[in-house]
Every structure is written in structure tokens, then in C-alpha cells.
Write a protein that binds this ligand. Structure first.
Ligand code: ADP
Ligand code: ASP
Ligand code: MG
Length: 450
């Protein structure tokens, strides 16, 4: 259908001035018309997690004072947006929401129990509050995302019921867009079939935007944030990072999976399935550079961008007796499966296999089981660096540049992703900033032509 999704992240709706800017952008897209998907204001979600944890620890006073700080911030924003007075319906709704939140926090404190289900109920308030204020400000209909974003009951990481979404979106959102109305809804939150509130996991509003976009079949999904698109590296680590004009779906998916926080790792998939382009844009610089992610985009660089994830632990499994025997890897991974530990990178040698796992993975029992048939060494405090680019493979000399640039930084594991667009390196975590700066200089600032 005609129309776009415009998703605004936490920093884009952090206060009244930001919300006014968002309102201007939304108004200029009114002819398309937009479904506006909002995150919680600023760091509200962190505040809600902190309040919930304080309540769980029995520290009700701290939980309530955390909640009151959030209440003050929301009321200040509403007051600044409505200098002539907060509309009474909005004020009543805000008070109702905070009343409800207080009841839940008191319940958690009484029981000293915070289930993932209660945590999702608490976390949902951020998006529910930001959208209440914004929809009232632009005088647009607010559709509760929980009517459309049907998920399973994996609280904390709800899995969308993809097949149901088009029908629910057609029922609750499409008719308003068809009338030419701008519609506001929440990112991040959803509900089970029984109406229990769920969330899609931290940073999940990007995923919501792509899911709504795919369900409605819109022309474009716009992710509005605080940087000029997807950059060649995290700008907090490499200030010289540059905006990337075009990314392929595969490159964007690799970057997101390997730590480029600008996009939630699952965002790309729903868009890929229906071929909807995703753009990443800067709310404060709407006419500046931005990134387009689409299936038919092209890049003439060998290396498109760098990303990093860590800390991780490297496990090296050594078995002179077993490795050449058929079934060894199956046996190895069966142990990982049983312990619920997922593996990221793998490199195999004649008598050993090295793999990376999350730093907080429960390893003790897993290692003792593996030790029955292999020697296992665990090395902690490592980081993965992903060098991503569609043309890495075809470009002679890239690997030499990468390894040359690393100089005295020890590369402890190398893995070329099966899709051949991600060359991953494992380095000691304390060297990761320096390693990224060197790599950025060598393979991005001094571009290697493909
Ligand atoms: P939002 O609240 O809008 O969802 P996030 O904080 O989740 O924004 O993501 C934007 C941030 O992601 C940027 O401010 C930047 O610090 C970080 N980031 C990490 N890697 C990259 C990258 N490759 N390109 C752009 N931003 C990145
Ligand atoms: N508000 C949620 C979070 O902070 C979701 C999001 O902003 O994407 O994780
Ligand atoms: Mg985000």
C-alpha cells in the first residue's frame, strides 16, 4: 500500500524539543501517509528496568522514586508541548498509567519476585507513555501495538507470529492510513494471544518498524536516529567513521548481528522477505546523509564497514583421538545444545576446534562434560571484530591490508563467514579500540578499490 513507516528512537523523542522536531518531520510526510512507530523517551526503558530491579530487591522506596523521576520527566515534556495546559484527557491517561505502574512495582516488591512476564509489563510503559504524549501533540490516532504485534509467550524476547500480522494490521492500522491519517503506535511491545504484554527484546523498536512495514506492505521503512545513517564504524570508537550511502541487506544483517547498535539484528529480515527498502536517517539532520538498505544496492568498496562485539570467551577444544572421526563435531555441538550455549564463530584445525561464546554463557558444566573426551581451554575477555563487505572476497589484497594494519595486535582466531562477506577476527578485548582505528584507517579511509 501507499505509505511509509517512520520509526523514531529514544534520543529522537527524549524531550519536548525533540518531539517538536519529530512532529515537523512527520507532518512533511503526511501525504504518504506515515505509520509513526515510537520508542520510549530517552533512557526511560533503562529507568523502568532499574525500578523493577529495585522493587525485586525489596527496595520499594528506590523503585518509587525512580518511577517518580520518570513521571516528572514525562509531565515536564507534556507541559512544554502544551504551554496553555496539558489537555485533560492526556493528563488523566498519564496519571492512570503511572498509577498502574506503581501498583505493579508494589506487587513486585511485596513478592520480591520479578518474572520475565512482570518485567515486560513494566518495560512496556516507556513506549505507552511516549506515544500517549506524541499522539496527543500531533492530534493523530494512537493504535495500541498490542492489538497488532502478536507474539508467542517468550517474555523478554517475544517471537512475532508473522502470519497473523498482515491481517491484524489490515484490521487496526490500514483503514486509518487509507483515509490519509497519520497513525501513531508503539515500537518494542506486543501481546500474546491471551492479551499478555510482551516485548521484542532491548532495542526492539527497529524490529517492530520492519514488522509493521512488512505487514502493511509499505513503500519504505525509515529508521530515524541520532547519526547520519549506518556509519563505517561505531562513531564512539572511531570518530572518523563515515556515513554509508548504500548497504545490501546481507551487509546490514551482518553488521547488526556483530554489534552495530544502530539497527536491531532482526530488523532486516521482515524487510528482506518482501523487498521493502529500509533507510536510516538522522532526526536532527533530516537533509543530511543517510543510508539506504535494499536488495539491489551496490558498493564499489571492498570493505563496507567494521563492527565489534564483546567481551566473548574463546573455547579451544583439542582432541587428537577424535577430531578426524566422523561424528565428532555433531557430538561436540550436541553438548553445546544441551547446555543452551550458542556458538558464534568457529575455526577448525587438524586436532582442534576453536569457538566463541558469549562472556556470560554458563560454561562450567559444559566444559566438564567436554573434558570427558577432549582437552578444553577457555580464554576470556576477547572481542570479535567483523570486517564486512560484499566484495571482500573478490578484492585481491584486502586480507593483506587487514593483517598488515593489525601490526603487533595479536589476532587469535580468524573466521570467514559462509556468506563470504564477513571476515571476523578475535582479539584481546583491551586492544579492540586500537585495532578498529587501525583497520578503519587501512581499509576504509584509504579505500581499497574493488
Ligand atoms: P535509537 O535510540 O535511535 O534506536 P541507538 O542508540 O539504538 O539509537 O543506535 C544509534 C547509535 O548506534 C549511535 O548513536 C551510535 O553510537 C551507535 N552505533 C554503533 N555502531 C554504529 C554504526 N556502524 N553506525 C552508526 N551508529 C552506530
Ligand atoms: N525502548 C526500548 C529499549 O530501550 C526499545 C527501543 O528503544 O528500541 O530497548
Ligand atoms: Mg536502537
Amino acid at each position: 500500500m501507499n505509505g511509509i513507516v517512520m520509526k523514531f528512537g529514544g534520543s529522537s523523542v527524549a524531550n519536548a524539543a525533540c518531539m517538536r522536531q519529530v512532529a515537523t518531520l512527520v507532518a512533511s510526510a503526511a501525504h504518504r501517509p506515515p505509520l509513526v512507530v515510537l520508542s520510549a523517551m530517552g533512557k526511560t526503558t533503562n529507568g523502568l528496568f532499574a525500578a523493577a530491579q529495585a522493587a525485586e530487591n525489596g527496595n520499594l522506596e528506590s523503585a518509587i522514586s525512580g518511577m517518580n523521576a520518570l513521571k516528572a520527566a514525562h509531565l515536564t515534556t507534556a507541559r512544554e508541548l502544551f504551554p496553555e495546559g496539558i489537555p485533560s484527557a492526556l493528563e488523566a491517561s498519564l496519571n492512570d498509567r503511572f498509577g498502574e505502574l506503581e501498583l505493579i512495582l508494589r506487587g513486585v516488591a511485596l513478592l520480591r519476585e520479578l518474572s520475565p512476564r512482570s518485567m515486560d509489563a513494566i518495560a512496556s510503559f516507556g513506549e505507552r507513555l511516549s506515544t500517549l504524549i506524541f499522539a496527543s501533540f500531533i492530534n493523530a490516532p494512537l493504535v495500541d501495538a498490542r492489538k497488532v504485534m502478536r507474539t508467542d509467550d517468550t517474555f523478554g524476547e517475544g517471537q512475532p507470529r508473522f502470519v497473523l500480522l498482515p491481517e491484524l494490521a489490515a484490521e487496526h492500522i490500514a483503514p486509518l492510513l487509507t483515509l490519509g491519517r497519520t497513525v501513531v503506535t508503539q515500537g518494542y511491545i506486543g501481546a500474546t494471544e491471551d492479551g499478555l504484554t510482551t516485548t521484542l527484546g532491548r532495542g526492539g523498536s527497529d524490529y517492530s518498524a520492519a514488522l509493521f512495514g512488512a505487514a502493511l506492505g509499505v513503500e519504505e521503512v525509515q529508521i530515524w536516529t541520532d547519526v547520519q545513517g549506518v556509519l563505517t564504524c561505531d562513531p564512539r570508537i572511531v570518530p572518523e567513521a563515515q556515513s554509508i550511502d548504500q548497504l545490501t541487506f546481507a551487509e546490514a544483517a551482518e553488521l547488526a548481528a556483530f554489534g552495530a547498535k544502530v539497527l536491531h539484528p532482526a530488523t532486516i529480515q521482515p524487510a528482506v522477505e518482501v523487498g521493502i527498502p529500509v533507510t536510516v536517517r538522522d532526526t536532527q539532520h533530516p537533509d543530511g546523509q543517510f543510508t539506504t538498505i535494499a536488495p539491489d544496492t551496490r558498493s564499489d568498496r571492498a570493505v563496507t564497514a567494521l563492527a565489534t562485539r564483546g567481551p566473548v570467551t574463546v573455547l579451544t577444544v583439542n582432541s587428537t583421538r577424535m577430531l578426524n572421526h566422523s561424528g565428532f563435531l555433531a557430538k561436540l555441538f550436541e553438548v553445546f545444545r544441551r547446555h543452551g550455549v550458542s556458538v558464534d564463530l568457529i575455526a577448525t584445525a587438524e586436532v582442534s576446534v576453536s569457538l566463541t561464546v558469549e562472556a556470560d554463557a554458563p560454561l562450567e558444566a559444559l566444559i566438564s562434560e567436554l573434558s570427558v573426551f577432549a582437552k578444553v581451554v577457555a580464554v576470556q575477555d576477547r572481542a570479535i571484530i567483523a570486517v564486512v563487505g560484499e566484495r571482500i572476497k573478490q578484492t585481491p589484497g584486502v586480507a593483506a591490508r587487514i593483517f598488515g594494519a593489525m601490526g603487533d595486535i595479536n589476532i587469535e582466531l580468524i573466521s570467514m563467514g559462509a556468506n563470504e562477506i564477513n571476515l571476523s577476527l578475535v582479539v584481546p578485548q583491551p586492544t579492540v579500540v586500537e585495532a578498529l582505528r587501525r583497520l578503519h584507517r587501512a581499509v576504509i579511509e584509504e579505500a581499497v578499490c574493488a
